[in-house]
Design a protein around this ligand. Sequence first.
Ligand SMILES: [Zn+2]
Length: 289
Amino acid sequence: MGSKGPRPFAGAGGARGFFLLFFFLLFSLPALAAPPALRGEAEQGGVVFGQAAAGSKVFLDGDAVPVDGAGRFVLGFARDAAPRALLRVVGTSGTATETELTVRPRDWPVQRIDGLPRDKVTPPPALLARIKEDNRAIAATRARVGGRADYRSGFVLPVEGIVSGVFGSQRILNGEAKAPHSGLDIAAAAGTPVHAAADGAVSLVHPDMFYTGQTVMIDHGLGLQTVYAHLGRIDVKPGQRVRRGQTIGAVGATGRATGPHLHWGASWLDRRLDPARLPEILPGAVQSR
Ligand SMILES: [Zn+2]
């Protein structure tokens, strides 16, 4: 009698041929790579957290974007970013996907501050070398890109207080138009603890910058950093790893400040971002820990 047992491969020639054809097509045609997953909004001053396939290379308007080995990346958009940006992701097979991002424009408020000491508005020539050195140190810190995506811890506001200045506002100091405000000002009593907004590594500690006084920067990875300015006390050292919510210092009024407050800033590479967006897009689970 002919076998009645299972004949797993009976008639399978056609199916096998189909699968061989399927795999042939899969690997011989340009793969339709999935576009990267994005979290956050492309907007002026905004930040977007991205996830592409592991091993991908990422470009924004033709410039290489830092990516970790798992395909994670961050995009930042400057206050005056153009209305469109082109995101290009190249997979390990060499296949590229392009996504055109519409960058939402924002209206920036005008902020007038009068009564500042004159030498804090127009620095005396003797201080220009010091200011230049401060700027060089900050730029050099921003240029060092950490490879750990520590920002995944999520973000909290670094201090409890009253918002007294927002990102992007055009500042008119003693009637003189100045560079736009680069962060979020939170007024609080001197000595109020200041917390790390997210996990990261302390990338800069400075005891006395002309504008920002006692200053700390934290590297959250892949080009994203935060800065804490006008501190009255600093509790961390350069290179130290910190956790979201960890106390890194205290509110003060050092540098150019009209009163005790934290100037909290964020940047991606050399672009200043609106830090208020960070806890909105990637909220941390607790206020402090
Ligand atoms: Zn400020």
